[in-house]
Design a binder for this molecule. Structure first.
Ligand code: IMP
Length: 197
């Protein structure tokens, strides 16, 4: 079977430049804070973005991780979000920044904002690398965004399809997702070479 087509949506250079600019902007925002802001990365998609973002920041930051699932193990309907791994530290009185890979329907971020707000942070903001604004189901506050992208499935720079392709240094669009769904590993060789096979 021929592997599905991919298109480079955002090059590695463009990612690095935009993340550097976001890092500078966020450093400015939090430079007057009394305590280091707590950056909360949502596992696993935002890990590459977080790693580059914090290195582009020139101020002291604290990093924590949270893992959520948008459906239960028993196949509940999508949009039902639950916390699988919670934070290690309290947020009371802290400046908190949610770091997301992509905001799509907005359901995940809406849920996160609500749950984290209940913990009494001094401020709560969100940054996403990618914003698929055309797919929004619920309006959600989003203070910082790297790129607005069209309604197309993307992989790379932390974003996966069935746990693969996170380690690509650019963002690729996969217009025919149903073809990839039929053979999830079909892009491994075109993108990474014959390798282990
Ligand atoms: P939503 O905003 O609640 O719909 O969910 C956002 C989550 O859906 C992200 O954190 C990703 O895990 C996943 N997601 C949405 N669109 C894509 C995509 O194009 N590629 C990979 N994951 C995606």
């Amino acid at each position: 079977m021929t592997p599905p087509e991919t298109q480079v949506l955002i090059s590695s250079e463009d990612l690095q430049a935009r993340v550097a600019a976001l890092g500078a902007q966020l450093s400015e925002t939090y430079s007057a804070s009394k305590e280091a802001p707590v950056l909360i990365a949502i596992l696993k998609g935002s890990t590459l973005f977080l790693a580059d973002l914090i290195r582009a920041m020139s101020i002291d930051v604290v990093v924590d991780f949270m893992s959520i699932s948008s459906y239960g193990s028993d196949g509940e309907r999508p949009g039902v979000v639950r916390i699988m791994k919670d934070l290690d530290q309290p947020l009371e009185g802290r400046d908190v920044l949610i770091v997301e890979d992509i905001v799509d329907t907005g359901l995940t971020l809406t849920y996160l904002r609500k749950r984290l707000n209940e913990r009494g942070p001094r401020s709560l903001r969100a940054v996403t690398l990618l914003d698929k604004v055309a797919r929004r189901i619920v309006p959600v506050d989003l203070e910082y965004s790297g790129f607005e992208i069209p309604d197309v499935f993307v992989i790379g720079y932390g974003l996966d399809f069935q746990a693969r392709y996170r380690n690509l240094s650019k963002i690729l669009a996969v217009p025919d997702l149903s073809a990839l769904a039929m053979e999830p590993a079909s892009l491994v060789e075109p993108l990474f070479g014959p390798g282990l096979g």
